[in-house]
Design a protein around this ligand. Structure first.
Ligand SMILES: [Zn+2]
Length: 431
């Protein structure tokens, strides 16, 4: 395959560096070979060029909290009436929609078995690069206990090769985490507080003991894997951090002490600001669908969430973008950037939170999350300047080109053309 040169009005490289005007990014054989100002980049003579109107080129975006097999809306009747095989197959359109939205890497926070990742890697269908938690571990009566008030167990898990969620005590935790890792998980997901879409608990209460959490962290750590914690309550957040988790998911009730502890531990916040708003919006559209108590929890959480986030940003906590897609629609992931700006980030900080910070969270900072020579060619081109208009990421129409591993998976920008030397200054041309 010939090298490709994507010409753009500006380039934002994902590291937080100032944008570059009149830019180009060149990739070949799945890797970026050059990125920068056109006047400084040598473009190979056999490159195929793509140019569009008012384009900004960025690294592929990353979402650190999705549920690819989960359908949005928390429709309990639909869940009851769906065979798990059918639930699982929803991961196909969800993966495709996520990639089309410009998200080339995701961390799945549970409910998706490794077969989905393997199928994407085999090319059965298009999807982002995936790091999967597989199961969502929860204490009895906790956020992911499948037992419903009616005494039937309702699984959000989409497949039989997802280990059981409910676990209590240090010994059981040790065994269950080993089972999750045996099932092929790339990381381990725990619920260390109550949540919104669970019938029997409250977001402001802790779940699991520090000992249980630390056991999970140890077992994951020996396999060089990290633990992410669904943690809304202030105490649940601190317990998770003291147990050694790498990222706090949601963090709605994060307090000053929690913020200090996050900084001390070098933990990441994955805020998912869009999730409680999605719950409230879905409930408004379909009043019967989501149980009323869950909607009330969502509304309460959304109010404090953005302020906790603002305090974390001001304190300099590392933030990585997450959306909880599966609660809301898949493919709407880009809406989170505008909410992060609403919560006090600059547009540039929001872009960094969607690119190089999540790459670091995953320990993949040399591979993805920035436009630099040698990195995987995960590239997104959007129409407009996101530093002026951060909301553009929420409009799928404006995501004009998506490239994953050097393969163009979406293109609505200008048609590819074979380059001619006349298109560039002679200094930029190599035969
Ligand atoms: Zn989630």
């Amino acid at each position: 395959m010939a090298p490709t040169a994507l010409l753009a009005d500006r380039l934002v490289d994902g590291t937080g560096r100032d944008p570059v005007e009149n830019a180009v990014v060149v990739w070949d054989d799945g890797r970026i070979v050059a990125a920068g100002a056109r006047s400084e980049v040598r473009i190979p003579g056999d490159a195929t060029a793509v140019e569009g109107d008012d384009l900004t080129v960025l690294p592929g975006l990353m979402d650190m909290h999705v549920h690819l097999a989960m359908q949005s809306g928390m429709n309990l009747t639909r869940m009851l009436m769906s065979p798990r095989s059918f639930t699982l197959l929803h991961a196909i359109p969800h993966s495709q929609a996520t990639l089309q939205a410009g998200f080339t890497t995701v961390r799945d926070a549970g409910g998706t078995p490794v077969g989905v990742r393997m199928a994407v890697e085999k090319g059965f269908f298009a999807g982002p690069r995936m790091r999967l938690s597989v199961a969502i571990l929860s204490q009895t009566g906790g956020h992911a206990d499948p037992m419903m008030p009616c005494s039937c167990e309702l699984y959000i898990d989409s497949a039989v090769d997802i280990p059981h969620s409910r676990v209590d005590g240090v010994d059981e935790m040790r065994r269950r985490v080993r089972e999750v890792l045996r099932a092929g998980a790339d990381n381990v997901k725990l619920c260390t507080s109550g949540g919104v879409l669970s019938p029997g608990d409250l977001p402001d209460t802790p779940q699991f003991t520090v000992e249980e959490i630390a056991t999970a962290v140890y077992e994951a750590g020996v396999h060089h894997k990290h633990v992410l914690a669904h943690a809304m309550s202030a105490q649940g957040i601190k317990n998770a951090l003291n147990g050694g988790v790498r990222s706090i998911e949601h963090g709605c009730l994060l307090d000053e002490e929690g913020i200090a502890l996050m900084k001390q531990k070098g933990a990441y916040l994955v805020p998912t600001l869009v999730a409680p708003r999605d719950v409230a919006a879905i409930a408004k559209r379909n009043p019967q669908q989501i149980p009323e108590e869950m909607v009330r929890k969502a509304e309460r959480v959304a109010r404090v969430h953005i302020e906790a986030f603002r305090a974390a940003v001001e304190a300099g906590v590392q933030v990585a973008l997450g959306t909880d897609a599966g609660v809301g629609d898949h493919g709407g992931n880009g809406r989170e950037l505008a909410l992060m700006v609403e919560g006090g980030m600059t547009p540039m900080q929001a872009i960094v939170a969607a690119t190089s910070t999540p790459a670091r969270l995953l320990g993949m900072e040399g591979e993805i999350g920035a436009l630099a020579p040698g990195m995987a060619a995960d590239v997104v081109a959007v129409q407009g300047d996101p530093l002026e208009d951060i909301a553009l990421f929420g409009d799928p129409e404006r995501v004009r080109m998506v490239v994953k591993d050097g393969r163009v998976v979406r293109q609505t920008a200008g048609a590819p053309q074979v380059m001619t030397p006349a298109a560039f200054g002679a200094s930029t041309w190599t035969a």
